[in-house]
Design a protein around this ligand. Structure first.
Ligand SMILES: Cc1cc2nc3c(=O)[nH]c(=O)nc-3n(C[C@H](O)[C@H](O)[C@H](O)COP(=O)(O)O)c2cc1C
Length: 200
């Protein structure tokens, strides 16, 4: 059984990324290999920017989120496309937390766009957030385009697109949980990398 953490990368309150995070959460919780799926909404969890020192309250929040990530068997990283980028809050999360929390655990990337965007966050995360964290992104991802037209529970939602994204999301969740099971064994078999704490 797996515990999955969903990171909703938008720091806009009530974001579409959070809406999609809740859809993914429901699909995860319906799966027999998942016993818990929790959302970290970066619009609500106000992590401080990475710094060389923190106030006591900032440190307490960092420790709390760090412990939650460390206890996870896998991750869903949901990012809106903002000016062709992932959000600064999400990049900051990958500065604050690294291999202790993420190493050799699977990650499903979900990109969210109000229009036809969504490719850039996939590219950015695959390029720049795994080197030192050693987070293993799945060879599959989800791009949710025209996100405003689906999963609103309204009559005029685009039901055809919603059904298609739902089907793909359910398949992605199954893949994430299969890797979460398999990578537990991989973590037990890892060579000692203490001489190389960071990726090359
Ligand atoms: C600052 C900003 C920049 C944005 N830039 C893009 C963009 O480059 N491409 C795109 O497809 N959508 C862009 N959008 C629209 C988002 O796709 C839209 O807000 C969508 O709902 C996902 O963001 P959310 O999770 O914050 O709701 C931008 C939105 C904001 C607030």
């Amino acid at each position: 059984m797996n515990k999955i953490t969903i990171i909703s990368g938008s720091h806009r309150k009530g974001s579409e990324s959070l809406k999609m995070s809740k859809v993914l959460q429901a699909r995860l919780e319906a799966h027999s290999s998942c016993d818990k799926a929790e959302i970290i909404d970066l619009a609500e969890v106000n992590l401080p920017f990475w710094s060389e020192s923190y106030s006591d309250s900032e440190q307490a929040l960092i420790d709390k989120v760090g412990a939650q990530l460390e206890a996870s068997d896998g991750f869903v990283v949901v990012s809106p496309e903002w000016h062709g980028m992932v959000t600064s809050a999400l990049k900051n999360l990958f500065l604050l937390f690294t291999s202790k929390q993420f190493a050799h655990k699977p990650g499903l990337i979900v990109a969210v766009s109000a229009g036809v965007g969504g490719a850039y966050p996939i590219n950015e995360l695959r390029t720049s957030s795994y080197k030192n964290s050693r987070l293993c992104y799945l060879p599959e991802h989800l791009i949710v385009r025209h996100v405003g037209s689906i999963f609103n529970g309204k009559e005029d939602d685009d039901k055809k697109t919603e059904a298609y994204i739902d089907k793909r999301a359910t398949a992605c969740v199954g893949m994430l949980l299969a890797y979460a099971d398999a990578l537990k064994t991989a973590r037990e078999m890892m060579p000692d990398m203490s001489e190389f704490p960071n990726g090359m």
